[in-house]
Each structure stands twice: as structure tokens, then as C-alpha cells.
Design a protein around this ligand. Sequence first.
Ligand code: UTP
Length: 298
Amino acid sequence: MPTPAVRTAIFPVAGLGTRFLPATKATPKELLPVIDTPLIHYAIDEAQAAGIERMVFVSHPSKSAIERHVMDDARLRAELRSRGKAELADELREASFPEGSDEVVFTMQDQPLGLGHAVLCARDHVLPGPVAVILPDDLILGQGCIGEMVDAYRRNTPGHMVATMQVPAEETRKYGILSVTKTEGRVLRADGMVEKPEPSEAPSREAVVGRYILDASIFDDLAKQTPGAGGEIQLTDAIARGADRVGLAGLRFSGQRFDCGSKAGMLRATLHLAADDPECEAVLEEMIAAATAGTLAA
Ligand code: UTP
């Protein structure tokens, strides 16, 4: 039987973004820019490049700016045109979805009850087959990570697939760590995951980051799950529970991942992209020279 296609991507964007307060008090974390491009934009581009047909955004009523950003704004375009900025108006239209498009659905998670709960909120809006989940605050540059996963999934049919990267032993306590049973090139067969283990307890150094392809049975597993600490429904618990039944694999993606949910990660991503941006490159060199000379804080 051919592997069913991955047609839907779920974007959980309903979280509180507490690590970025006060920036995220009125501006959703997912709209924070790296240079001039909001995080959500990178995530949408990645899904489109992977051939995703439908994007389901699980948002919160207080984060309506995300919907305004993602959907076309005909009034803004008309205003730009009337000011002689037709080219900019066209660019905005190309980078957004028209009203009524089948390609995009917004649904609400009224309370941030965890990533697993957010994914469950998307259930009624997904197309048949496995679903991709993309966390926009995990920015992955280079080859599109979800595209690599869709390709690997098609060839390997693992049931659930998670994106993984190797971390130093002392960092296992920051991540979900995959329990690897067999390595097949970049595909890691696994029999479970352990949440934030101490280095001595970690089953490997393969850390799970914010890209998943999940067998459709994930929704039943999430619906059955009893909430854990803080009333949250964890996605990793449901994945681990389904691993025996449907299978689990990790994919060592080729790109570079930045944790843009943290200040340090956001700064790293900004500096990384600044090095390739003609407007920012010279500033970056200036700052490096000043830092080297010890005059930066002066
Ligand atoms: P995070 O845990 O990184 O985001 O979730 P957060 O909770 O918003 O941020 P902090 O930790 O308080 O700073 C990863 C992704 O999952 C979404 C978030 O919006 C983010 O895109 N999320 C998280 C939900 O949609 N619902 C939730 O209940 C939790």
C-alpha cells in the first residue's frame, strides 16, 4: 500500500510567549521578526515548499494579529496603490492567502492547555492522512526541514516522525530525547522518547525539535490523554504512547535550527541572517570590530 500523503500542516500559535514578555504582551511571539520577516512567515514558506495543501493555525482570540498577517488585506493594498506603491501591494498579495481560501483555516484554542491540546484543536479541520506539525518559534534555515521529513516519510512510513538534531550530553535535559533502536542513514528508528532526561539517563543525544509528521491516530491518543502538570496535554506523551502501535522515527534534518522562543536563539538567528543581508552585513562587521576592540559597551 502506498504511504498516504502529508497534506495538512498544523501551526500551534496559541501559546502565551512568556519568555518574551513584555514584547509579547500585545504582539504574538510568532509575529516577532528575524530582521524583517516574522517567524510565522518562514514557517509558512517551509510548508508551501513541502507541497502542503492545507494549513491549520491553532490560535487564541487575543492573537488575532496572526490572522490579519496571514490573510490578504484588500484595503491596505488599495491604499498602497492609491499612493503609487502598486509593486508593494502585489508583493503583499503574493505573500498572503485570499479570503475564503481552502488552503488556510484558523481555529481557536481558548486556553493554552499545552501543545498536545493545541494539536487536538485542529482535528476537525485536517485533510485525511498523516499531518505535519510546525512550531514557528523553532526557526530552521537551510533545506526546508518539513520538506525533508515529507520525503523521508514517503520512503519509510514510520507512523510518527520527529525532527532530531544531536546535542552535547550536558544539554539533554533541555529537550525530548529519542530512544534510538537503529540508524538508517539520516533516519533513526526509535521505540520511544524521554522528556528532558539528565545526561546519565538519556537514551541518546538525539534531541527532538519543533517539526513532526504524525499518523492520524495521534488525535485519538490525544483525546484519551489525561492532563499532566499544569493541566497541560503534552504532545510528546501521545507520540510516545503511539510509538509501539504505529512506529516512530527521527529524521536528522540538514538545516540549522534556532530556538527563537528564547532571546539567545532569536539573537543568534538575527546575526546569522544579518551576515547575508546587504543592508546589515556592514553593521555586523562594525559591531564585531568594536567588540574585539572592547569598545562596544562604551
Ligand atoms: P512554547 O512552549 O515554546 O510557547 O510552545 P509558549 O508557551 O507560547 O512560550 P513561553 O514558553 O511561555 O515563552 C511552542 C509553540 O506551541 C504553541 C506556541 O504558541 C508556540 O508556537 N502553543 C503552546 C500553543 O499553541 N498552545 C499551547 O497551549 C502551548
